[in-house]
Design a protein around this ligand. Structure first.
Ligand code: PDD
Length: 283
């Protein structure tokens, strides 16, 4: 398998897709990323991801090297060139190439890389049976709202989960759940969806925002506030949201089965609504 990858204005076979060892993404994790899902060869929630990208870049004092329409065209071109029907497009923008210094270089041109990952996402066994999560302390930095490429702690968390026989980890700070290693965390109690409010403590998930909008439109009650790990363990349902997992039920937290250990009706319904509506709106 050889993909066509986008690197700084060119479409090249993946073997030829190269970035300098002096790139600040490599040396300092000085870069941001987005993951946009493709279903039926079309982009899901593209504008949400494009808007958050600008926000992440702005927070790091980086200019946006590509306008929204240019970005869309690159995404579409990669879908075409790779015959992508279902999967993801990964995008990364770093501050660029400069001699190693802690201060930002003044004249570096940003490095822009995008590549595709073909993957079945809609028919997901994990969504059908639900996933198990373990709880771990949230030891990340305090600007989790910026989607930076420093993913070592989430990676360690996912490894700890797999070693414990689970699928993922929920991170906990001062007793309250922040989010999953690569998804937003939600619970359901007495029909109400409870999910942590937006702040610098979590990533402002694009899927989270869309799912909550659909939930409210369907007259479901949504409460945005921090919830404790204990509250989560006593919930009727729990679920995660992200671009690649949509809405996926959580049926076990540490040793506690949630909702009798099977996916519940709210998560199932939200997944259905999310997939139906976003597929209709895909571009
Ligand atoms: N992860 N929280 C964290 C820490 C994330 O890394 C992600 C996304 C989310 C969900 O955001 P969204 O709904 O916009 O995908 C929440 C991506 C999918 C990843 O790292 O692969």
């Amino acid at each position: 398998m050889s993909r066509i990858v986008y690197v700084n204005g060119e479409y090249v076979p993946e073997e030829e897709a190269k970035v300098s060892v002096f790139d600040r993404g490599f040396l300092m994790a000085d870069g941001v990323y987005e993951v946009t899902t493709v279903i039926d060869g079309r982009l899901i929630d593209f504008d949400g991801h494009a808007a958050r990208l600008v926000r992440s870049l702005t927070e790091l004092e980086m200019a946006s090297p590509l306008a929204r329409d240019e970005l869309l065209e690159i995404h579409r071109e990669l879908v075409r060139r790779n015959d992508l029907i279902e999967g993801m497009i990964y995008l990364q923008i770093t501050r660029g190439v400069a001699d190693r210094e802690f201060t930002y270089p003044e004249d570096a041109a940003p490095t822009v890389v995008l590549f595709t990952q073909a993957r079945g996402l809609v028919d997901s066994p994990a969504a059908a049976r639900g996933i198990a999560v373990i709880s771990i302390p949230d030891l990340r930095w305090r600007r989790r709202d910026i989607k930076t490429v420093q993913l070592l702690y989430p990676s360690m968390g996912k490894m700890a989960a797999v070693k414990a026989g689970a699928n993922d980890a929920w991170m906990v700070e001062n007793g309250f759940v922040t989010e999953g290693t690569s998804n937003n965390a939600h619970i359901v109690k007495d029909g109400r969806i409870i999910t942590r409010n937006l702040s610098n403590d979590i990533l402002h998930g694009i899927t989270r925002a869309t799912v909550l909008k659909f939930a409210r439109e369907a007259q479901m009650e949504v409460e945005e506030r921090p919830f404790t790990l204990e509250e989560a363990k006593e919930a009727d349902e729990a679920f995660v949201t992200s671009a690649s997992t949509f809405v996926t039920p959580v049926v076990k937290i540490d040793e506690t089965a949630i909702g009798g250990g099977a996916p519940g009706p709210v998560a199932k319904r939200l997944r259905e609504i999310y997939l139906d509506e976003t597929r209709k709106a895909a571009i």
